[in-house]
Design a protein. Structure first.
Length: 757
């Protein structure tokens, strides 16, 4: 008698998975690379794979190494697996971030690198303090060779898996004329003496141990039956070497990632790690997750067409079962303020259709771009929040600059004076400041007045008296100039003469350039207000306008901060050459940086579920100067079938198609190292212009930051502007004109945008 076939019920963790996701879960043995495109459910697949290994008894939870990049991702994975397999997940000591897992290992073997198991992990402040001590002991000028620069170099060397002995002369030359390796060695020796390490040491020490102690390597190769890695495209060289060593014996390693979303080279990520996976593990199986559950076909089509222009990629094609939806909308505007107005109008219109504010996001390439959006949203009462950073006026460098301005406007502002008294460092210690406070309280004087009075006493050391005297004198001189100079110009003068600008210029960390950009944007914003007092009042109102925490708010953030997030409607601002792609990135990295910038654009577009808007402006204020802008080359690379282009500027032909469609090889100039993109030639004015010139509104002569002006337009001249119409020139300042237009009122424009009437 035939026995009935008993159907084994399908495990719950497989339900709802598409065929490639199932394959990623069930291909348990051997090396596996899961190429998971944006929005393709890679977390679900990775979690189900982990649950499958435990549920099928292939390994105990303690025999699986699962590493992520963030504590949030590790918690989410543990919670999801826990819901599937129950309490067994509590026995997963090796599920966590790279650093947390490496720290757990290192505490077991600390003596092998000269540490004790109870070593301390230094934070950034402690690390900088220690490096400053070593720089001082080496008789170096910390202002010329700042600790942050050395910390950044050491972090880069550790990310590459290099010990002090492996630093060659060329690398060492990057600090203090060749003393980088020496100071790195002293730093490591000092850390060991303190029984401490920094975050980079957690992986570096374990690399050294695994390479030099075969018994330890054997222990972990036998322990870990399976290895799972999330966001493999973001691994640095040290993490890559660590994983490769641990996986070489069993080769049961599954790496999940997306080469098209590798956007963190500036913090050590190596896209080559994911590109060479099949060479590192011959016979590896590559599984592509291409069904997108997030976005519409037009959004995916635009993103896929754009990223296809990159050469160094493994390739995949995203698709979705969603309906077509709206095309990606490209909007050309006149300038940055109009961009902010248009975005605000679109969000308000979406709100009237039922879209919540917190389902809208504005993504920018650089932090300084947020300021105009913040000011506009404050003006119209649209609630917003900044993610991944402070609101513009809350950033430390902005608060410092505002404190100087507040003291100039109101000498009795003690809180502001306290902030600037030793910023930048002037050699005024806590004792000196305490004596000024004591005199202020005893005499009932503001701190600035007390500081001026204490200079006539012997209360302070000669060095402190000299430093304080310089500050008091500077404030007095700046107050006198308040009536002589425009307040924005005075602010630039104060930042220079106080040493604040020089302090940031000497700080060669990745953040310092952004801080200088923010200060330039601050002084630019001041020009919109008649007086310093009016501007400071505006800032106070902005700072007070927090709104309810429970209130739905529009999100404003950088594209880097948006990775992994999604929104119904996304506004991508500032898609112009020099802003995005970033000119600084192109100048420093050439073709490799161009491809990373394009990956960043791909990430930006794929954050949108239903609606995606891309804005570019014909004019933008950068570093306090008006510049004419060409639309980003990325706009021309978007497939026309997936894009609606709206041009609010005058001119019939599509501005961006006209600029970028002529050349067969649009990357040749960048590959040659010019960094200026296709079709540029050096202009007589010292700027750059198109050849041949086919731009209607954006005239090439105005691209230079230092354009001296045409010289053929004088006050009283009647002129015509394609947007504002007829007007009469009121004032001429270089290449900038103040024009009284018949219908638009007084406007400040570049002379290259007008013609004699």
């Amino acid at each position: 008698m035939t026995q009935p076939v008993v159907q084994t019920p399908e495990p719950g963790y497989l339900r709802g998975l598409n065929p490639p996701q199932r394959e990623a879960v069930l291909t348990a043995e051997g090396p596996v690379l899961v190429l998971a495109g944006a929005g393709t459910g890679k977390t679900a697949a990775l979690t189900a794979r982990l649950a499958h290994l435990i549920a099928t008894r292939r390994a105990w939870p303690s025999e699986i190494l699962a590493v992520t990049f963030t504590n949030k991702a590790a918690r989410e994975m543990k919670e999801r697996v826990g819901r599937i397999v129950g309490e067994a997940v509590e026995g997963m000591p090796w599920l966590g971030t790279f650093h947390s897992v490496a720290a757990r290992m290192l505490r077991r073997h600390a003596e092998l690198v000269g540490l004790q198991s109870n070593f301390t992990i230094l934070d950034t402040d402690d690390q900088l303090r220690l490096l400053k001590q070593l720089i001082l002991a080496a008789d170096l000028d910390e202002k010329r060779w700042p600790a942050r620069l050395l910390a950044g170099l050491i972090d880069r060397w550790k990310n590459r898996g290099w010990t002090p002995a492996q630093i060659d002369a060329a690398e060492s030359e990057a600090y203090a004329n060749g003393r980088g390796a020496e100071l790195y060695l002293r730093y490591q020796e000092r850390l060991k003496a303190l029984n401490a390490c920094d975050f980079g040491d957690l992986l570096l020490h374990m690399l050294v141990i695994l390479k030099t102690h075969r018994d330890v390597l054997d222990l972990y190769q036998q322990r870990f039956k399976y290895i799972l890695v999330d966001e493999y495209q973001d691994t640095n060289q040290s993490q890559y070497l660590w994983l490769r060593l641990l996986a070489q014996e069993r080769k049961n390693i599954c790496c999940v990632g997306d080469d098209d979303q590798s956007i963190y080279s500036w913090r050590g990520a190596e896209i080559a790690n994911i590109l060479r996976f099949e060479k590192d593990f011959p016979g590896a199986k590559t599984i592509r997750l291409e069904q997108n559950y997030r976005s519409t076909p037009h959004i995916l089509g635009a993103a896929s067409g754009l990223i296809a222009h990159n050469g160094g990629r493994l390739g995949k094609t995203l698709w979705t079962e969603h309906d077509g939806g709206d095309k990606v909308k490209v909007v050309g505007v006149w300038d940055g303020p109009e961009e902010a107005r248009r975005v605000g109008e679109e969000i308000e219109a979406a709100g009237r259709r039922g879209t919540r504010a917190d389902d809208c996001a504005i993504l920018v390439r650089a932090q300084f771009q947020t300021r105009e959006f913040e000011d506009r949203f404050i003006a119209i009462g649209l609630p917003y929040r900044i993610v991944g950073g402070f609101r513009f006026y809350e950033r430390a460098e902005i608060r410092d600059a505002l404190a100087y301005l507040r003291v100039i406007a109101q000498p009795a502002d003690d809180l502001a004076f306290e902030r600037i008294i030793n910023t930048p460092k002037r050699g005024l210690g806590d004792k000196a400041v305490a004596k000024i406070h004591a005199l202020s309280r005893a005499a009932g004087l503001p701190l600035l007045a007390a500081a001026a009075q204490i200079l006539d006493t012997d209360e302070l050391t000669p060095q402190a008296r000299r430093a304080l005297g310089n500050l008091v004198g500077d404030v007095a001189r700046w107050r006198m100039r308040l009536g002589e100079l425009p307040h924005a110009e005075l602010a630039r003068l104060v930042l220079d003469e106080s040493g604040y600008t020089a302090m940031l210029q000497a700080d060669r960390s990745a953040e310092s350039a952004g801080r200088l950009e923010n200060l330039a944007e601050l002084t630019r914003a001041m020009e919109e207000y008649e007086t310093l007092g009016a501007f400071l009042e505006h800032v106070s109102l902005v700072m007070e306008n927090d709104g309810s925490e429970e209130q739905a708010k529009v999100t404003i953030m950088t594209i880097h901060a948006a990775k992994g997030l999604e929104y119904g409607t996304v506004f991508l601002a500032g898609w112009e050459e020099g802003v995005f792609p970033s000119q600084r990135a192109l100048d420093e990295g050439g073709q490799a940086s161009l491809e990373e910038e394009r990956r960043l654009a791909y990430v930006a577009i794929t954050r949108a579920r239903r609606h995606c808007f891309i804005f570019h402006a014909a004019n933008r204020r950068i570093y306090g100067q008006w510049t004419s802008s060409l639309p980003s080359r990325f706009i021309a690379e978007l497939p026309a079938d997936h894009v609606d282009q709206e041009q609010t500027m005058s001119g019939g032909e599509s501005l961006w198609r006209a600029n970028w469609s002529e050349r067969a090889d649009p990357f040749a100039d960048v590959a040659r190292g010019t960094g200026r993109g296709p079709g540029w030639r050096r202009a007589v004015t010292g700027g750059f212009e198109r050849s041949p010139p086919r731009v209607m509104e954006v005239k090439a002569s105005a691209v230079s930051l230092g354009n001296p002006g045409r010289g053929d337009i004088a006050a009283g001249q009647r002129v015509f502007h394609s947007k504002f119409g007829y007007g009469t020139v009121a004032e001429v300042e270089g290449n900038k004109l103040e024009i009284d237009f018949e219908h638009a009122g007084r406007k400040r424009v570049l002379d290259s945008f007008v013609d004699k009437a």
